[in-house]
Design a protein around this ligand. Structure first.
Ligand code: B12
Ligand code: SF4
Ligand code: SF4
Length: 232
């Protein structure tokens, strides 16, 4: 098996392959029960609106129970893990949380943005991680080309000036202030169409979430549907 094959299986399951890396002790991964070490980690997730339809037409989405996105992700990724005798890890497991953003920076060209989520040169702020497969096999990984950090050439930084309640700041994100605004009538634009600060970013505009997807994540974020960590 190689990474392309695994990416094909992930795509068939409704997930994008978000790259991989060969972990070291600093990556904090446990070994397998038989004592063998993890040789390759492959991250799986959503990019733009491409995978949304698969989830939005799933049994989990329709059943009205909480944690729909988590349950759907686990069903897909646990099946891939079983097929490849791999371990599966999830961003929603915790606290303590698995360091998905650190792993992501090891796996693909994503960079810290001023608004807290990682920015991708193509998908901008419109992507997320749904799980990770830890494999015993050392897969060959494509060489990483140097890629420029998109925020370095963004002089205007509109993401820092757009939030109506100033929740997005250089020195941190005020998640309580944000959630209070989104849950109030004045925050209807953010709730229905997604974070205004994120929408102001010029990178990856064509990958912005459609209103239904944006609303799902924002509603989950303010606890409307109790979907733990459905943020993406
Ligand atoms: C807890 C959490 C929250 C909390 C944050 C509470 C708080 N003040 O800490 C709340 C609920 C508020 C939240 C909100 C959101 N979250 Co959140 N959240 C998480 C979660 C579950 C854990 C984060 C954590 O503490 N990790 C622990 C540390 C040890 O892990 P780490 O990888 O090392 O992460 C840190 C480093 O990346 C570090 N860091 C920052 N810059 C740099 C630079 C360098 C060089 C390095 C090395 C590290 C570093 O900051 C991270 C800490 O947050 C992660 C999933 C996960 N398991 O990582 C999602 C996650 C970070 N969230 C995510 C998202 C999308 C959101 C929301 C946009 C949700 C929404 N509304 O749709 C919002 C907005 C966040 C924002 N503007 O920052 C995504 C980010 C995807 C991406 N593109 O990066 C994640 C990865 C979940 C996912 N399924 O993909 N979130
Ligand atoms: S608006 Fe500019 S600084 Fe902000 S996340 Fe987008 S590219 Fe980076
Ligand atoms: S969702 Fe709205 S209130 Fe929250 S950070 Fe984004 S712009 Fe600000």
């Amino acid at each position: 098996m190689d990474l392309t094959e695994l990416a094909g299986e992930a795509e068939a399951a409704g997930l994008a392959c978000r790259g991989g890396f060969h972990p070291g002790p600093e990556d904090g991964l446990p070994g397998f029960a038989d004592g063998s070490a993890v040789a390759t980690v492959v991250l799986l997730g959503f990019v733009g609106a491409q995978q949304w339809t698969r989830f939005a037409t799933s049994a989990e989405f329709a059943d009205g129970r909480s944690d729909a996105l988590d349950r759907w992700s686990r069903r897909q990724i646990d099946a891939l893990a079983a097929r490849h005798a791999a371990m599966a890890f999830y961003p929603s497991e915790g606290p303590p949380w698995w360091p998905f953003q650190r792993w992501a920076m090891r796996a693909e060209p994503v960079f810290p943005s001023p608004i807290g989520v990682l920015i991708h040169p193509r998908f901008g702020l419109w992507h997320a991680y749904r799980g990770a497969l830890a494999l015993r096999t050392r897969l060959a990984l494509p060489a990483r080309e140097p890629v420029a950090h998109p925020c370095e050439s963004c002089a205007a930084k509109p993401c820092l000036a757009t939030c109506p309640v100033g929740a997005v700041r250089v020195n941190g994100y005020d998640h309580r202030g944000c959630a209070t605004h989104v849950a109030a009538p004045a925050g209807r634009d953010c709730l229905e169409f997604g974070c205004l600060a994120r929408r102001s970013c010029p990178v990856g505009r064509e990958y912005r979430y459609a209103p239904a997807q944006a609303r799902f994540h924002m509603a989950a974020f303010i606890g409307e549907r109790r979907d733990r960590n459905a943020g993406s």
